[in-house]
Design a protein around this ligand. Structure first.
Ligand code: SAH
Length: 437
């Protein structure tokens, strides 16, 4: 979502004459769009600010100004600390107020004082954003939902992104049509809890995510649809049916489970036990037999024992996740888990993470090998490193190399997969079909 938000900030600033610069040192303004989900991400902001301070001083010595802004969830959660630790920062803005950047830039350049805006305005930023300016590599993100009401005990999202909000379906469809016109053939619908989407329907009432996906699939030029991130307990029958019925919906689902231990899941306040998750995956696979899954996992949650961790390893093996974002538990300020007893020592977390990653890499290799001999559709989204080579992505997000010329860029073709490598596949063209522009 930060990628989407950063692009929207560029869209908001374009009318003021700002355009992306090649490096921070050349820039009139630098915006750090930040993440607060784990401590490491948040701490990076301060080390990065140290470097920017030097760049700003150098520019100032040459008589040129440089505006420094900190945006995103670290700004939301630690605005006061940023001001205290980094007084050379001109603008601090949360994720819900970046549509007001032009005002803040004007204020910062006029007064030279700090402009701080970390409110949750009643009128949403989406009502004031211009249409997206460009699409890169034929794929686009589209935020449909923001915020979270789930309050997992480890997570800061409800405090930084705020309560759940769904954009009206008509607005989402307008933006999707616009993205298709700019050349997007793949759209990823985004939300912190995207499958609890319940946006106002064009004819009154609400639409579910399943209904929204069906409408996006009707847009000319949209050949592939993905959505992320989903909360398992909120997957409904309508969404499962969309996996069965909508050919554009890719057979690859990111469904964070966090742990395989029911004791840990309860302590996390996840509203599912591992058996619920297994049943859900069975229902999804019954609807879409070639569905592959990726997930998020946390190791070393407070109180996690070796046996709890082994339950996670067993679930990873059983479900056959082909990919995972796996993290050491990171205590976050203001969250209940940070106060829990039984915090796990870092070396234990590191050891579990390493073992988990070995298991996941094995799953991924096995899955990649099983793709050899299959015909997979590939969206050619960029040039390869060598001339005459294109790089694309399979339905399962695997990078795929093929010998082909540039005329295929932005098209989807069936490839016969010839070989699997550590992190990619290579294939031969089986048949090419142009994507309608
Ligand atoms: N909405 C998703 C979570 C998205 S947050 C869900 O309900 O599952 C992205 C991921 O960051 C989470 O899935 C979790 O695995 C990880 N994460 C969040 N808080 C964390 C923390 N305090 N320590 C370690 N990982 C964390």
């Amino acid at each position: 979502m930060n990628v989407y938000d950063s692009a929207r900030m560029a869209d908001v600033l374009a009318p003021l004459g700002y355009e992306p610069a090649d490096s921070a040192a050349d820039a009139d303004m630098v915006i750090l769009n930040t993440c607060h989900i784990r401590e490491k991400a948040a701490e990076k902001v301060f080390s990065e600010l140290g470097r920017l301070r030097e760049a700003k001083e150098q520019k100032n010595r040459a008589g040129e100004p440089m505006i420094i802004a900190v945006a995103g969830c670290v700004a939301q959660a630690e605005g006061a600390e940023i001001r205290a630790r980094a007084p050379f920062v001109d603008i601090v803005l949360g994720p819900q107020t970046y549509h007001r950047l032009p005002e803040m830039v004007a204020r910062a350049s006029r007064a030279g004082g700090v402009a701080l805006d970390t409110e949750f305005p009643v009128q949403t930023k989406f009502d004031s954003l211009p249409p997206p300016g460009r699409v890169e590599n034929h794929a686009a993100f589209l935020t449909v939902q923001e915020g979270c009401d789930k309050f997992c005990t480890f997570c800061v999202v409800p405090y930084t992104r705020g309560a759940e909000y769904s954009r009206p379906a008509a607005d989402v469809l307008d933006e999707a049509r616009h993205l298709a016109k700019l050349g997007a053939c793949e759209i990823t619908l985004l939300g912190q809890n995207v499958n609890n989407y319940h946006g106002a329907a064009p004819g009154g009432g609400d639409w579910t995510l399943g209904r929204l996906i069906r409408a996006v699939a009707d847009i000319d030029g949209i050949e592939r649809i993905r959505y992320t991130t989903s909360y398992p307990a909120d997957v409904d029958a309508d969404l499962i049916a969309a996996h069965r019925d909508v050919p554009q919906l890719m057979p690859f689902l990111h469904l964070p489970v966090q742990s395989g231990s029911d004791r840990v899941l309860a302590a996390m306040n996840r509203r599912h036990v591992s058996a619920d998750y297994r049943r859900l995956v069975d229902r999804l696979r019954a609807a879409k037999p070639d569905l592959a899954l990726s997930t998020d996992l946390i190791v070393g949650f407070p109180g996690e024992t070796e046996a709890d961790f082994e339950a996670t390893l067993a679930l990873v093996e059983e479900i056959g996740f082909i990919q995972s974002y796996s993290f050491k538990y990171s205590p976050r300020p203001g969250t209940p888990a940070a106060q829990m007893t039984g915090q796990v020592p870092d070396e234990v977390k590191a050891d579990r993470l390493a073992r988990l990653q070995v298991r996941l890499a094995t799953n991924q290799e096995r899955f990649n090998r099983a793709c050899v001999g299959r015909v997979l559709s590939v969206l050619f989204d960029r040039r390869g490193r060598r001339p005459g080579q294109l790089l694309g992505r399979s339905p399962y997000m695997q990078p795929v190399h093929v010998a082909a010329d540039d005329s295929l860029l932005g098209t989807i073709a069936d490839l016969r997969i010839e070989a699997s490598h550590a992190n990619s596949l290579s294939g031969l063209l089986a048949d090419t079909r142009e994507v309608a522009a």
